[in-house]
Design a protein around this ligand. Structure first.
Ligand SMILES: NC(=O)c1ccc[n+]([C@@H]2O[C@H](COP(=O)([O-])OP(=O)(O)OC[C@H]3O[C@@H](n4cnc5c(N)ncnc54)[C@H](OP(=O)(O)O)[C@@H]3O)[C@@H](O)[C@H]2O)c1
Length: 280
C-alpha cells in the first residue's frame, strides 16, 4: 500500500508568518528570529538561491519553511505566493511587509522609471500582499500586519524624496488600515528602522547632476552604513517580534528614535543638522 503524503496542515498548527524580503538583511534576521520562537515561515524574495539558503536555515531551527521566489511588485506573483502559503500552512498569523529598496538623489535627477521601480517595491509590494491576504485574515478574525517603514517615513531626509514618499505612504497605509481593522481583531503596526548595517547598497540606486555627484552620494551612504550608530538586522528582527507579540503600533528602532523625536519637537533645527551631517 502506498503511504499517504503527510497532511500539509499539522495536527497542532504552529503560528506562521509570511515575510517578504526574507532572503537577506532585516527580513532574513526576522525569519530566523520568528523560527527560534517556534513559528513556521513563508519566505519571499526574488533571487531563489539566497531565498532557499535562508529557508534551509529556518528548517535547521526545526521549523517548516516555504520559499516562494516572488517580486512583490507583481500582483500576479503575490497572489500566487499568498495562495501557496495558505494552502501549505492553513492560516497566517503575521504578515511582515519588509521588502524594500533605496534610491538617493535629487528629484530633478530621478526618472519616472526610478519612481515606479521604488514605489512598485516599497509601496505596491505591501498593497499587493495586504490585498491578497485580507480576506483570509478577516475570516480568521485575528492576525498581525507589520509594515517595515523607515525613519524616512516619519521625517524628511535630504535627497531622498522618492524613498521618503514611499515610506510616508506606508505610514499612512498602516495608520488608516489599523483604524479599519482593529474592530475586526486584526493588528496593524509599523516598524521604522534607522540606518541598518545590511546589504541595502546592493540594490540601492544613486542619482545626481553628474556621475561624480551620484558616486559621491553612494560613498557617503556607504560611510553612513559603517558608522557606529547604525542598527543591526537582528535589532530590527527583535523590534518586529515585539511589535507582533505586544501588538505595538508604531516603533522607531535604535538611535533613529532620537532623530524622529527631535524632528517632532524642533523640525527646522533637526533637518538642518541632518543635512549638515550627510553633506558629501
Ligand atoms: N538598510 C537601511 O539602512 C534601512 C533603513 C531604513 C529602512 N530600511 C527598510 O528596512 C527593510 C529591510 O531593509 P534591509 O536593509 O534589510 O534590505 P536588504 O538587506 O537590501 O534586503 C532586501 C530584501 O528585500 C528583497 N527584495 C528587494 N526587492 C524585492 C522585490 N521587488 N520583491 C521581493 N523582494 C524584494 C531582497 O531580495 P531580492 O533582491 O532577491 O528580491 C532582500 O531579501 C526595507 O523595507 C528597507 O526599506 C532599511
Amino acid at each position: 500500500m502506498q503511504a499517504q503524503p503527510p497532511s500539509p496542515h499539522p495536527t497542532i498548527p504552529m503560528p506562521h508568518a509570511l515575510i517578504t524580503g526574507a532572503s537577506q538583511g532585516a527580513g532574513k534576521a526576522t525569519a530566523l528570529h520568528f523560527a527560534q520562537q517556534g513559528w513556521d515561515i513563508t519566505l519571499a524574495a526574488r533571487a531563489p538561491e539566497r531565498l532557499d539558503a535562508a529557508a534551509l536555515q529556518v528548517r535547521a531551527l526545526g521549523r517548516q519553511a516555504l520559499a516562494v521566489p516572488t517580486d512583490v511588485g507583481s500582483e500576479a506573483q503575490v497572489t500566487a505566493l499568498v495562495e501557496q502559503s495558505i494552502e501549505t500552512f492553513g492560516s497566517i498569523d503575521a504578515l511582515i511587509n519588509n521588502a524594500g529598496i533605496c534610491l538617493s538623489g535629487p528629484a530633478l535627477n530621478t526618472s519616472l522609471a526610478d519612481w515606479h521601480r521604488l514605489l512598485d517595491t516599497n509601496l505596491w509590494g505591501a498593497i499587493h500582499t495586504i490585498h491578497a491576504l485580507l480576506p483570509q485574515l478577516l475570516r480568521q478574525g485575528k492576525g498581525s500586519i507589520i509594515n517595515v517603514g523607515s525613519f524616512g517615513g516619519k521625517m524628511p531626509l535630504p535627497a531622498m524624496t522618492a524613498y521618503c514618499t514611499s515610506k510616508y505612504a506606508l505610514t499612512g497605509l498602516t495608520e488608516s488600515l489599523r483604524l479599519e481593522l482593529a474592530p475586526q481583531g486584526i493588528h496593524v503596526g509599523i516598524v521604522h528602522p534607522g540606518v541598518i548595517n545590511s546589504d541595502f547598497l546592493e540594490r540601492a540606486r544613486f542619482r545626481g547632476q553628474t556621475e561624480t555627484e551620484a558616486s559621491d552620494r553612494q560613498r557617503q551612504m556607504a560611510r553612513t552604513l559603517q558608522s557606529s550608530w547604525v542598527s543591526q538586522p537582528d535589532d530590527i528582527a527583535q523590534a518586529i517580534w515585539k511589535a507582533v507579540a505586544q501588538r505595538q503600533t508604531d516603533v522607531v528602532v535604535g538611535p533613529a528614535a532620537i532623530a524622529t523625536e527631535l524632528n517632532r519637537l524642533f523640525p527646522q533645527l533637526t533637518q538642518w543638522a541632518i543635512g549638515k551631517s550627510l553633506e558629501t
